[in-house]
Design a protein around this ligand. Structure first.
Ligand SMILES: *[C@@H]1O[C@H](CO)[C@@H](O)[C@H](O)[C@H]1NC(C)=O
Ligand SMILES: *[C@@H]1O[C@H](CO)[C@@H](O)[C@H](O)[C@H]1NC(C)=O
Ligand SMILES: *[C@@H]1O[C@H](CO)[C@@H](O)[C@H](O)[C@H]1NC(C)=O
Length: 579
């Protein structure tokens, strides 16, 4: 009741004094207010401020209650609507703690400077020394959520999580969903099993509260997820530890997550040319407003659109692209030079359906492990249907690739789309080869029905494999999930698939991509002292650019992939480590 009264009061204060634009009014009073602070900051700093990051303002923890903070904000002096920068900065200092201070450093309980059995195949001394430095970064990315968040959640956009948290780094101060898979791959190479399990149980707690894993552990991420890799995290930990209790503890959450991805908002029915109906999933956020963490950017972009409904549709598509993890990319854009043509929800993505297929296989495996034969059998059937759908709708035999599928409203009748070969997106993206990843995990599922050699030749001829890694796409659009950027997760999934292929040539290709990727990350680290979130695959030691924020360092998934690849391939004494 007290909380309700305070929200009503807040809403009243907000709406009266700030005459809030409708598009900014989330139903969360703290978030709405922080978005006001965000746009006030932009005005105070001026439109040319180079160090303005909108996310900073929605991450600020309140020092005192919201109504008191709002009235202080409202009494700040304004010159034609703009708060002088010195007054603004003083207000920030007085009323907010630093962004990220609600996560406190916490040394992981299972961190050893040089764990027993660490990267035994890495013989080269310099490489080994560097790998130990990368391993040591886990200490600086490890946090726990402060007690303040638990006792006064209404002062934080950060969500409470019970266990040790590993953050990606820099502006990504909180836990992210799909990043955590590669963080865990690295933690396992670092023999940090307890930390890896804590990461999993944090994500499980989000499913228990929200019905799915959130994009990240913030209130502003509640209405979207990210590529579903929780079951894969559990599988990796189980393979190393044989921990049946872990499997038992997580299975109900995985079943809940599966229903989220096959629910109405995500699932689409498509009839193939033989008249068989299939179901596949797409990304779709339940969000029709600017993303709070980038609201000033989204609003600026939306100026190009004329009607409120066009703007809302744009916000929805942008949030859905964020759900895909590929934010942003020509992959989701009708016109690759115009971000407002992003149409994520009109696309059936090949990687998403690969991940859900793996989720279904993993659920079946886990159910069997704990003796639940009927669930196990059910999910074998469920995964078979998805496999058939992928084969029938997303496979392109002429290209030797799996491709995304564009949904066209004109092909839909009573909610069922008719498959049209021209609606396959034949453009080249690294995601077209993500199903190869299954070779490392459920090889029979792939080799039974596909010609491995055809796919591997297609990859080799695709133009994606560059000197220092696999490019995200072939289009240089200025978006960060496009050429010439290479991202650690995409390298890892494709390398892992190739390394499990039958042909020796494919396995050699996997190793050479891995070696070049490690070399370029090493060179960038020597040059800048940091590990980067993405690399430019055209140039040794150069990190990637583009997109809506400055390139970030840290960096959870890149570290994880370096350690996982070094564990897999090793580094002989006499192999060069420079490009
Ligand atoms: C988030 O989703 C819930 C449930 O669908 C909905 O009620 C709520 O309005 C959404 N929030 C926003 C800000 O769109
Ligand atoms: C794509 O967008 C750009 C930039 O807005 C525009 O100049 C161009 O005409 C668009 N192309 C098409 C085919 O609409
Ligand atoms: C489940 O199947 C296994 C063999 O796959 C069998 O040994 C076991 O008895 C079955 N359990 C139940 C409860 O039916």
């Amino acid at each position: 009741m007290a909380l309700l009264r305070s929200s009503l009061l807040t809403f009243f204060v907000l709406s009266v004094f700030l005459s809030l634009p409708v598009s900014m009014a989330t139903d969360d009073p703290l978030l709405s207010f922080l978005q006001c602070v965000q746009s006030a900051a932009l005005r105070s700093m001026g439109p040319t401020a180079t160090d303005f990051d909108p996310k900073l303002y929605v991450d600020l923890p309140l020092k005192t209650d919201l109504p008191a903070t709002i009235s202080a904000f409202n009494s700040l002096p304004r010159q034609s609507g703009t708060i002088p920068i010195s007054d603004f900065n003083y207000f920030l200092k007085q009323f907010f703690d630093e962004a990220g201070s609600d996560l406190v450093y916490a040394k992981p309980v299972d961190f050893e400077p040089e764990p027993e059995g660490f990267l035994v195949k890495v013989e080269n001394e310099v490489m080994r020394g560097w790998a130990l430095e990368v391993h040591a970064i886990w200490k600086s990315l490890s946090r726990r959520v402060s007690d303040a968040v638990k006792t006064r959640p209404e002062r934080h956009t950060l969500l409470y999580l019970p266990g040790t948290v590993i953050v990606p780094g820099s502006r990504f101060r909180e836990v992210y969903y799909w990043d955590s898979y590669w963080v865990i791959r690295g933690l396992l190479a670092s023999k940090m099993y307890d930390t890896a399990k804590a990461v999993v149980f944090n994500l499980v707690s989000l499913i228990e509260t929200h019905g799915h894993v959130l994009n990240g552990a913030r209130t502003y991420y509640t209405n979207r997820s990210q590529p579903p890799l929780l079951s894969s995290m559990v599988m990796e930990i189980y393979m190393r530890t044989g921990d049946v209790e872990l499997v038992k503890g997580v299975l109900p959450a995985l079943l809940k997550e599966h229903s989220f991805w096959v629910s109405d908002i995500h699932q689409v029915t498509i009839q193939d040319q033989e008249g068989r109906k299939h179901c596949l999933s797409r990304y779709q956020a339940r969000w029709y407003q600017p993303r709070p963490e980038s609201a000033t950017i989204d609003e600026e972009l939306s100026l190009k659109l004329s009607t409120p409904s066009e703007k809302d549709a744009f916000y929805h598509e942008i949030a859905s692209a964020a759900e895909s993890g590929w934010d942003f990319s020509s992959r989701w854009m009708r016109n690759s030079s115009d971000l407002t043509t992003t149409a994520t929800t009109s696309i059936i993505p090949v990687d998403l359906n690969t991940f859900i297929f793996k989720l279904e296989q993993d659920i079946s495996t886990f159910a069997k492990i704990i003796g639940d034969n009927s669930t196990s059998q059910k999910f074998i059937e469920v995964s078979k249907s998805r496999k058939a759908a992928i084969r029938s709708l997303l496979w392109n035999p002429n290209l030797g690739q799996w491709v995304d599928y564009w949904l066209d409203k004109h092909d839909a009748y009573q909610g069922v789309y008719s498959w049209n070969p021209d609606s396959q997106n034949s453009k080249t993206f690294a995601s077209n080869f993500v199903p190869l990843w299954l070779l490392a995990h459920y090889p029979d599922q792939l080799t039974e029905e596909y010609d491995e050699e055809l796919i591997i030749n297609s990859l080799k001829k695709s133009g994606l494999i560059r000197e220092y890694g696999i490019a995200t796409s072939l289009s240089d659009t200025g978006q960060q999930w496009d050429f010439p950027n290479g991202w650690a997760p995409l390298q890892h999934m494709i390398i892992e698939g190739l390394a499990s292929a039958h042909s020796k040539e494919a396995r050699q290709l996997a190793e050479s991509i891995a070696i070049n990727w490690i070399k370029t990350n090493f060179a960038a680290y020597k040059k800048t002292g940091a590990i980067h979130e993405k690399c430019n695959v055209e140039s040794c030691g150069e990190f990637g650019g583009g997109g809506e924020y400055k390139p970030q360092t840290g960096f959870g998934w890149t570290n994880g992939v370096i350690l996982a690849l070094l564990e897999e391939f090793g580094w002989p004494r006499d192999r060069n480590i420079t490009c």
